[in-house]
Design a protein. Structure first.
Length: 80
């Protein structure tokens, strides 16, 4: 955590969910920030982009990753 960018190597055929699970194993704090373990889905205060497109407009967590893809994980925080 605390990294602006990290390059990782993933197996061919990996999807967004598998990459997030890999990152959660490496950075345990990500789990409470990004994933609802009961539903196994991203928390509603999370924006996940693949190559600049919200994964909700793709195949959600099942969206396949490609060589050179950029996965962006944004926790949304706000107050009032």
């Amino acid at each position: 955590m605390g990294k602006g960018c990290e390059e990782i190597i993933i197996p061919d055929g990996s999807n967004v969910k598998q990459v997030i699970e890999f990152l959660v194993e490496r950075y345990r704090k990500l789990e409470e920030i990004f994933l609802d373990r009961i539903t196994d889905n991203p928390l509603p205060n999370t924006i996940i982009l693949l190559d600049g497109v919200d994964i909700d407009n793709l195949m959600s967590l099942g969206t396949p990753m490609k060589n050179g893809s950029i996965l962006t994980l944004l926790p949304v925080t706000h107050g009032g």
